[in-house]
Design a protein around this ligand. Sequence first.
Ligand code: GLU
Length: 479
Amino acid sequence: MKPRVRIAPSPTGFLHVGVGRTALYNWLFARRHGGTFIVRSDDTDLERSSDEYAEDILEGLRWLGLDWDEGVEVGGPHEPYRQSLRLDRYREVAEGFLGEGKAYRCFCTPAELEKRREAAMAEGRPPGYDGRCRAIPAEEAAARTDPFSTRFAVPRPGETVFADLVRGEVRIDHGNIDDFVILRSDGSPTYQLASSVDDVDFEITHVVRGEDLLSSTPKHILIGEAMGGPPIAYAHLSLLFGPDGKKLSKRHGDTALRAYRERGILPEAMVNYLALLGWSPGEDETIVPRQVMQDRFDLGAVSRNPAIFDAAKLEWMNGVYIRNLEAADFLERTLPLVEEDLGRELDGAEVARLAGVAPLIQERARLLTEVPEQVRFLFVDEVPYDEASWNKVMKTEGVGEVIASALDRLTVLPEWTTAAIEETLRAMLEEKELSARKGLQPIRVAVSGSSVSPPLFESLESLGRTRTLARLAGVAARL
Ligand code: GLU
């Protein structure tokens, strides 16, 4: 049987990097085995759900290149794939359970439950529901008119055992599971019910999800069995931790995938990095093409150890991916960022100018977002001078002379090429017995506004003679 897997994000926040990894593992598993990858929306918590979050989640999946075969937006044989549109179905299942004695009505009020919970804790007993309404005869319960929630009647005594594909055998004594609520008194389903019903109805074969849901799994298995569904295989992935070994949180930096997208991480690098958070293709490979992942991904080889999410490593990996891009591809990805930064489109000559310096930046960049800042000086009429750079470089002795001399030399340069520019400026250094730092940094700051810019000679060629001379003259006047 071909696997059918799913992710079931709740649209109550931006797509978390951990959910991105879970999605990737599900997708890889489906693609490796010719299965079906499904995206459903666990949007029963209407108060905390929003369209903005729902859209962010799908956008993040698309950005990672994780296409789904069934689910929200794309549809499929089990539509709708949104829990908020399936509420009648959950009630139907819960009512079926009531009729079969697999669930019962619980009339305990929240205040009573709380009081008993406190008392149990004080006496050192487990604080879970004590099962008292289970003893009410079904007809008597059905005849009552006071509000009730519906609880699943956990078989007792008993135990649920399953072979987790990552963690190995998991065994839970039913003594540790109380009779949990499946429908609240307002008729709304709990996560436990909705998730289990969806997994059965959507014919899910493997549930691959975060370890935080491990304690829910026996409940899901019990509901699935009560529905007469076929067994489902489970794999619980370790959670993500920060480099300090603490659970990944905002304290470590961004946890939303979108932040990395906005920061100029390439989707290929992100996928590669996420894939290795708990899995490896075999040897000590760090740069793993997607096709290799697809060919080799194996749930059984996923580690149960905590996975460390380290943004610095991700940025390093991104640098490798940036360097590996074709020059034209790099240009294509950076052009929109540059145009957005400038607030206008570049014309053909300007794109050529960008193309001239792009390879020099590509060599060094770790993030695509470094590019606009570095090339801005090529496309603005007047460069703003970075104060720190100005103070550091332009206030030293002899700077005026360097600028004047460069201006003279560059004015009469027969051809405006990188090689010719380099030759004449190096000759100037020699003549004046200046180090490159002393002699060239002032020119760099004068034309680019900052002491951080792409290599100088190429930059001047790209900027063109007229602009270069105008900037040097402007600075000479300002000094
Ligand atoms: N909706 C759940 C969550 O976002 C995931 C449910 C599941 O994978 O079973 O945590």
